[in-house]
Ligand binder design. Sequence first.
Ligand code: A3P
Length: 288
Amino acid sequence: ADSFLFKFKGYHFGREELDIGFIENLDDFVIRESDVFIITYPKSGTSWFQQLLSLIYFEEHRKGIGNLETVDRVPFFEYNFRKMDFVERPSPRLFATHLPYYLVPRGLKNKKAKIIYIYRNPKDVMCSYFHFSKNVTLQVTSSFEEFMEQFLEGKVLGSLWFDHIKGWYEHKSLFNIQFLMYEEMKKDLRGSVLKVCKFLGKELSEEDLDAVVRQATFENMKNDPRANYDDKLKTCFGIQKKGHFFRKGTIGDWKNHMTAEQNEKFDKIFQTEMKDIPLKFIWDMNEE
Ligand code: A3P
């Protein structure tokens, strides 16, 4: 499993598609005021939000004109598998990244551009990640038990979930950042889109808003070739997948995975690690 990872400044990158020269010089990457970054820990709704941003910013995407894919409009920053020239890219540049707060370009720390941090309850993140590792990527893991250990030790792409979210939350005053919860998006997609549009200074007509929301539901994304990662994973990484990228997209799937004992262990760690972080979490679909 370890050969899949590349450790740099205490953070685990995925080795595949990583341009070492690029990450060594991240600090100096010139940020524009119009840049927008989606920041996530893996499996927290990155692709969902890439689709949303793409729909919000590009009329063609919203109207289904042309065939540019979501990842072409909102590329990954540190895994530039399309080998795009980010410096030449026209504004507004939209990016998705899993970077920890201390590795992002200096320009972001000067509040120059906007950041949206999407987070999801970590038990569901862990379960989603387990399936992703097992079925979609090359990282081989044998059991859920074993994966949980790896996850809690941060021996995965993205390193430790707690470090990622705490780092971003504790340093939020340095950035122009909006926190948004996966579960909030799930329960009220329209309201979440409105909130994001307000943050981004984007005004959409009712009709456009409807079009955005409609094309960002789980079912529609699953069937949208522009958004679906299954083929891309195969063509870009040569990965033979057994499962699908759009797996379930629900809240509380951890209940189908974790034993009472595992849950207790997780809760204990969560309570200790997160005691000073007042972020709200939703663990169950029926929870308000
Ligand atoms: P599950 O494995 O729980 O289904 P990321 O894009 O950060 O890798 O996150 C992937 C997770 O987001 C997967 O979770 C995936 O199904 C879910 N997801 C993707 N699009 C979604 C959508 N439109 N609505 C809800 N969940 C979505």
